[in-house]
Design a protein. Structure first.
Length: 511
């Protein structure tokens, strides 16, 4: 323990050098706006700015890119809350309650909650990274296909309750999402499937952001236009205000959500360290767990602060967690860390167990920079809240076309295919109609995220186990996760049966 603290202090000596400190501040600021731009996200931001890092030493380069990654995790919540457009897949769960809070005139509360939760998530995850890196990396090595599928099933089980009391509408929404996630080329045979008569645009599958931006961006815009027409054209967003007192009150109220923050942070971190999992499943699982443990689960989806806190703590914790397998095993934990890994190789740094021995200054300088980046990202985020609030005060007649253009850009950037833009518009109309018919949108969106992760894990596991499902239950890590997932999965069904039996009992007694 004493040795780790000593190495960490040496790392701070590297991270707090004027050049590196400047790179942290610039990286966090740039990342904040990259994360807020729909369709960009940390992956594109880090990839675009990677060539700039050749102007600085390798340690400064990785610190700069890590700061962008951190800033983008913070920034993804901004457009989710302000405009209802997820800045990245990691911020989709933030939209569920962040947007309703903003529409009620509490955008400052949602933005403050997102910033503070991100800070807490980042801090807890960096502490875990600092003191428990080797044993956690060892655990991550044991996570194969069966464990990944068990984890995805647990994620499905946690958000079964997202549709409120209507279990069947929730299940229908999940099934629609799973079907859409299967569009494209079969992962085993390479044969095209569900491509609607040979439409070439479906060959690459349905990009998750296209669905999310369509449903939550365009669908939300259409819904708000209808609501504004109903109230005589008055903007529903003009009530947003910001004062020092309100920010202080918001911070005090957030103290009551510390358990949700800790839960989201720990869960997000452990999901983040799993190779190829990333922050998106972690944030979705945290949202589902937060709803299940909440004293008032019915508020979720209507503007619950816990619904903002949980996913934001989780996605920031997962972003740190995903760096652990990259540094200790040379295995990227997310798409962004895959780009960071490539950059490290180009700079002559070889990720793996020897990195902590041969490149101590680099490793501990990077870890220390995460503490600094986390603090600066919080300060920059809160400082910009008045500017973000000013956006909400614009008349919706101006906001609507801006939202629409941002949606189009966000739908085009990931694949640069006009097919996806048209598809996004269709999803926007479908999302609007689903909302009119009171079908939950969240499960469909989440299913299309987890579907492409769960399917290959399931098929690989069954190949390894000769077609037997016993492989999911006889392994040390996948077994307990599967049992927990099945209990959570069938819990709502048992509740429905129990409620029906309870209603029939008085009738039987009367007879």
């Amino acid at each position: 323990m004493g040795e780790i603290v000593g190495l960490l202090f040496d790392g701070f000596a590297v991270a707090l050098q004027p050049q590196n400190l400047g790179l942290i501040v610039i990286g966090c600021t740039v990342g904040l706006f990259i994360g807020a731009m729909p369709g960009l996200g940390s992956v594109n931001g880090v990839a675009i700015l990677l060539p700039l890092t050749y102007l600085v030493p390798p340690t400064g380069a990785v610190i700069f890119l890590a700061a962008i990654y951190y800033g983008a995790m913070y920034g993804g919540a901004i457009s989710s809350i302000m405009l209802g457009i997820p800045g990245a897949s990691t911020a989709v769960a933030t939209t569920f309650d962040g947007r309703p809070l903003a529409k009620k005139g509490f955008a400052d509360k949602a933005l403050t909650a997102a910033a503070v939760a991100s800070f807490v998530g980042g801090t807890i995850s960096v502490l875990l990274f600092t003191f428990f890196a080797p044993p956690l990396a060892h655990v991550a090595l044991f996570f194969g296909a069966p464990e990944e599928f068990a984890l995805m099933l647990l994620a499905f089980a946690t958000f079964i309750g997202l549709g409120g009391d209507d279990l069947w509408k929730t299940l229908f929404s999940i099934c629609i999402g799973l079907v859409l996630s299967a569009v494209g080329l079969d992962i085993m045979s390479g044969e095209p499937r569900l491509i609607f008569g040979g439409v070439t645009g479906f060959m690459h599958g349905i990009n998750f952001l296209v669905l999310a931006i369509g449903i939550y961006g365009i669908g939300e815009m259409l819904w708000t236009i209808e609501e504004n027409a109903r109230v005589g054209g008055k903007s529903m967003l003009s009530e947003a205000t910001i004062t020092v007192k309100r920010i202080k009150d918001n911070l005090v109220q957030l103290l009551g959500t510390w358990k949700t923050m800790v839960m989201g942070s720990v869960l997000g971190y452990f999901v983040g360290i799993l190779p190829a999992a990333g922050a998106t499943p972690g944030s979705l699982m945290a949202y589902g767990f937060a709803k299940q443990i909440s004293k008032d689960p019915d508020e979720f989806g209507k503007g619950a602060v816990e619904g903002v806190v949980a996913p934001e703590a989780a996605n920031n914790a997962a972003s740190t967690g995903s760096m652990l397998p990259m540094l200790t095993l040379g295995i990227p934990g997310s798409p962004t860390t895959a780009i960071l890994l490539g950059g490290m190789v180009l700079w002559g740094l070889e990720p793996g167990p020897r990195l902590f021995i041969d490149q101590k200054d680099f490793v501990w300088g990077l870890i220390a920079s995460l503490y600094a980046a986390n603090l600066f990202a919080l300060i920059i985020n809160i400082a910009f809240i008045p500017a973000f609030i000013a956006v909400l005060k614009l008349p919706f007649s101006i906001l609507a076309p801006v939202i629409f253009v941002l949606c189009l850009i966000g739908g085009y950037v990931p694949t640069q295919d006009m097919h996806d833009v048209w598809l996004m518009i269709v999803f926007g109309i479908v999302g609007y109609l689903m909302r009119k018919l009171d079908y939950p949108l969240a499960p469909a969106v989440l299913a299309i995220v987890l579907g492409p992760l769960a399917e290959p894990a399931l098929r690989q596991s069954l190949l390894i186990g000769d077609g037997s499902f016993a492989i999911f239950f006889n392994r040390i890590y996948s077994g307990p996760i599967m049992v927990a997932a099945l209990i959570l999965l069938f819990l709502p069904l048992f509740k429905v049966i129990y409620d029906r039996m309870k209603r029939k009992t008085p009738e039987a007694q009367d007879v």
